[in-house]
Each structure stands twice: as structure tokens, then as C-alpha cells.
Design a protein around this ligand. Structure first.
Ligand SMILES: NC(=O)c1ccc[n+]([C@@H]2O[C@H](COP(=O)([O-])OP(=O)(O)OC[C@H]3O[C@@H](n4cnc5c(N)ncnc54)[C@H](O)[C@@H]3O)[C@@H](O)[C@H]2O)c1
Length: 453
């Protein structure tokens, strides 16, 4: 047996645990493999439509009954795409309430911008629907906790779109570390060093006919429409605004940090965060920073995250490596890698597939496991959870904790590049009331997050 196969077999043999906690979420709505599952899509951008259609292709007995968007153009395109690829007509609605009121719908796929994720999730749980909600699940700490409360109270399956939790290579890395092979964890370094340039908001214009701007804003403060924020066909730059997102840290670094948390065994919250950042590179006017560097204190180790939209020469894991479990990235210029330093070795870990490799004392690879980008596995796991009522891999509690890392880092930046002390039990800051205000977020009248879910 060659060395690579030997390493792989050893790791997998010890990785016999399930990824998600084996908690059973009620019996009443159990569906067998032959029962049809009826889905609805809320937010018909590239991500939501692509994932839900793929999910229907790779799983049996699922139908997309309804698609919902406040952008008429994308709504129509989503219905056409479903007709073309799946061969039936989905109902088109512009208000997600119609989906929550429809008793036929078992589960909703939420792929709106971030400021709608949690309100839609809580409303869906209250209506008895299971949920797949995209990352970053929340836009503030408080509403992430509401997701957990709602999922528990209504015994709903809530799968967060942190798909790396369904990667077999993530599970074997977790088991490798749990077995003590890396020694004691010293430091975990997460990187999200992406490219970018100067960004300026385009002037406001009248609201275009294809958009319901009031509903797009939803819980966010009312303001005039700018084509910088929303694009008729593409994503737009809502990631540049705190009202709609947590910026690049929420968009991509959230995956890197969630995977790192998973692999080291899902530690609880850190007790403090120091974050520094700014728009000092290009000097643009985006609210979210061009670069930020964050250190989290987990008492026995630190986790850090460097997040940039200014380093074009770094590369995300290339497409051929993402889907080929025999190849590994060139770690040195891989923009979305994690380095886990133990007392016995250094693990490099990829986030778009790419697997993991451990370096020993003489710069030799002592263990490794390839792996592919696991969107498909995460979608299959969601449908299996709907049928089995077992917790999905992207369960609400752990994914909320990962999302909190994003909020901690951004809040430290927003209050002026400071160190913030955090009480893990109450999820509150103990040395900044300004930070606690950010942690509660803002909800416009008519779009309030319920106090009691
Ligand atoms: N897990 C991943 O790897 C991954 C990858 C890409 C995107 N995402 C996430 O998926 C989500 C969607 O991303 P995208 O690129 O498709 O963005 P997008 O902006 O293109 O699409 C979002 C859609 O939601 C719609 N929307 C806004 N408010 C709505 C409302 N009240 N009701 C119904 N629809 C509403 C918008 O009109 C838009 O069509 C984001 O949260 C993003 O971060 C995750």
C-alpha cells in the first residue's frame, strides 16, 4: 500500500463518528424516502437558485413549489430555469409571507442578502417550516441566538450554508486532531486574502420598476436606492454596507473560520477579541473594511483571521483542485487557507476542497487527506435530515457560534479598533456599551425580530 493510501485509510478508520450531533427532532413530521418533500426558494440570486436546483437533481422526490424574490427579473429567470432544468412550473411570489402561509411547503431555502436571513428563518420556524439558510447566517449576535431558540422551540431542522461541515476531509482532520496527532493546539490562523480595488457608492436614482425596494430593505433602515447596492441581474455590492452584511469577513472568511472551529472540535465562544482594520489601502468609501486583522482569545490558544480585498496575487483554490481529491493547493499563495499550529506539527487546511496536509519537524508531510468542495454533500445532508429529523451538519448552535466570530471581529473594528471583552454565557460585551448596541442590531418598524420567538 502506498504512503498516501495508508495515511488516508488510517484517518478514515478512526473517523467513524457522525458529523452532526445525533439529536432527534420530533417524530410528527418524519418523511420516508418515498414521501415527497416540497421546497420553496426565498431569494433567487445565483447562489440560492443554483443550490436548490442542484439539490433537486441529486435527491429523489423533491419539488420546488414556489420561488420568491422582490426583484421581478430574477424571479422570472428562476422560474424559467426551473422549468428548463427540472421540467415543471414553480409558482412566483414577491412576498415570503405567502410561502409561510402555504401548508404544502415543508422547507424553505433562504438565500437573500444577510440582513434578511434570520428574520426569515425565525418566521419560517414559527410557520412550521424547516430551513436551509445561507451564510453568514446572522447580521448581529442577538438574532443568531434567536435562530437557535426558534429551531429548538419549534423542533425545526435548520441547516446553515456552512457547507464545509459536510466535507469528509474536514471530518478526518477533526478526528486527526481529536486523536492528539497534532499535539496541543497553539494557534489557529485563518486567511481570507482576496483581491479588490477602490469602491465608491454610485449616486442614488429612482427605484427601478423591477424592484420592491421597501421589501428588499426589510428590517434595514429606509434609504434612497443606489445601483451600487442592488443589481438587476447580478449580486450588487450590498456587502459594502453594515446594514445588509458583515462585509468580506461574513462573506468568505466566515467559511474559513467555521471550518477551523469544526476541525479543532467546535470550541465555545472566545473570551475576548482584538480587531484592527480600515480602508487605508485604496481609500474607498465602503463601510466594511478593505483589510482587517483579528485575534480571538480562546484561553488556551488564539485564533486569528486576516481578511483582505486588496491582495490580487493570492489565489483561491483553483477549480481543478477543488473537485479532485488527489490534488492539494499550493498553500503559500492560497488565499483561503487555515494553518493550525500544534505542538507536534502544522496542519494546512483548504476551504474550497483542497483537503489537508500536516508538516512534521523536517518539513516533510506526515499525514494528509484530499477532499473536494462539499456543496453536494451538504445538500444531501439537508434532505436526509428532513427525512430522519436528525440534526444536520450545519446545525444552528455551532453555526451561530461561528457567525459570532464574524460579529466580534467586525464590532471590534466598528468601535474603533479595540479589544473587546466578551462574556460567553450571556453573549454580551463587558467593556463596551457601544459594542452591545451593535450586537442587538436594528429592525425597522414592520420588520421587527420577535422578542420571544
Ligand atoms: N455558502 C456559500 O458558499 C455561498 C456562496 C455564495 C453566496 N452565498 C450566500 O448566499 C446568499 C445569496 O447570495 P447571492 O450571490 O445569490 O446574492 P444575490 O444578491 O444575487 O441574491 C439575493 C437575492 O435575494 C433577493 N431578496 C432580497 N430581499 C428579499 C426578500 N425580502 N424576499 C425575497 N427575496 C429577496 C434579492 O432580490 C436577490 O435576488 C448570500 O447570503 C450569500 O452570502 C453563500
Amino acid at each position: 500500500m502506498d504512503r498516501r493510501k495508508f495515511i488516508r485509510r488510517g484517518v478514515l478508520a478512526s473517523a467513524g463518528m457522525a458529523i452532526g450531533a445525533n439529536v432527534f427532532l420530533g417524530t410528527s413530521s418524519c418523511k420516508g424516502a418515498n414521501d415527497r418533500i416540497t421546497l420553496a426558494l426565498i431569494g433567487c440570486g445565483g447562489r440560492g437558485l443554483g443550490c436548490i436546483v442542484n439539490c433537486c437533481k441529486i435527491n429523489e422526490n423533491i419539488v420546488i413549489k414556489t420561488v420568491c424574490d422582490v426583484n421581478k427579473t430574477k424571479l422570472g429567470k428562476a422560474a424559467s430555469e426551473i422549468e428548463k432544468t427540472l421540467g415543471y412550473t414553480s409558482k412566483q411570489v414577491e412576498d415570503m409571507k405567502e410561502i409561510f402561509d402555504d401548508k404544502d411547503i415543508d422547507a424553505v431555502w433562504i438565500a437573500t442578502p444577510e440582513h434578511w436571513h434570520m428574520l426569515a428563518t425565525v418566521l419560517a420556524c414559527q410557520a412550521g417550516k424547516d430551513v436551509y439558510v445561507e451564510k453568514n447566517p446572522s447580521i448581529n449576535i442577538m438574532e443568531g441566538r434567536k435562530m437557535v431558540e426558534a429551531a429548538n422551540k419549534y423542533k425545526r431542522i435548520v441547516q446553515v450554508g456552512f457547507q464545509n461541515r459536510s466535507a469528509p476531509y474536514a471530518l478526518s482532520a477533526r478526528q486527526y486532531i481529536a486523536n492528539g496527532k497534532l499535539g496541543k493546539i497553539v494557534a489557529v490562523k485563518c486567511y481570507n486574502m482576496l483581491g479588490g480595488g477602490k469602491w465608491e457608492e454610485k449616486p442614488e436614482t429612482p427605484v427601478p420598476a423591477w424592484l420592491d425596494w421597501d421589501k428588499w430593505l426589510g428590517p434595514a433602515p429606509m434609504r434612497g436606492f443606489s445601483p451600487s447596492i442592488v443589481d438587476e441581474n447580478g449580486r450588487g455590492d450590498w456587502l459594502s454596507y453594515w446594514a445588509y452584511s458583515g462585509g468580506g469577513l461574513a462573506d468568505d472568511a466566515s467559511h474559513v473560520m467555521d471550518l477551523a472551529r469544526f476541525v479543532i472540535g467546535d470550541p465555545g465562544h472566545p473570551k475576548s477579541v482584538y480587531g484592527w482594520g480600515g480602508n487605508h489601502i485604496f481609500g474607498g468609501t465602503r463601510e466594511t473594511p478593505e483589510y482587517q486583522s483579528i485575534v480571538y482569545d480562546f484561553a488556551t490558544f488564539t485564533l486569528s483571521c486576516d481578511n483582505a480585498c486588496a491582495t490580487d496575487y493570492m489565489t483561491k483554490t483553483p477549480g481543478d483542485i477543488r473537485m479532485d481529491p488527489t490534488k492539494f493547493p499550493n498553500w503559500r499563495n492560497n488565499s483561503t487557507r487555515t494553518e493550525i499550529y500544534g505542538t507536534e506539527g502544522l496542519m494546512y487546511l483548504g476551504r474550497h476542497g483542497g483537503g489537508w496536509q500536516v508538516l512534521g519537524p523536517n518539513n516533510e508531510i506526515v499525514a494528509q487527506e484530499g477532499g473536494i468542495h462539499p456543496d453536494k454533500e451538504h445538500q444531501i445532508n439537508f434532505i436526509e435530515s428532513l427525512r430522519s429529523r436528525k440534526q444536520p451538519n450545519g446545525n444552528a448552535e455551532e453555526c451561530h457560534r461561528s457567525a459570532v466570530l464574524v460579529h466580534l471581529g467586525n464590532t471590534a473594528y466598528r468601535v474603533g479598533n479595540k479589544q473587546l471583552l466578551f462574556d460567553p454565557a450571556t453573549e454580551k460585551f463587558t467593556n463596551s456599551e457601544e459594542a452591545n448596541v451593535i450586537a442587538k442590531g436594528y429592525y425597522r418598524k414592520g420588520y421587527e425580530m420577535p422578542e420571544n420567538v
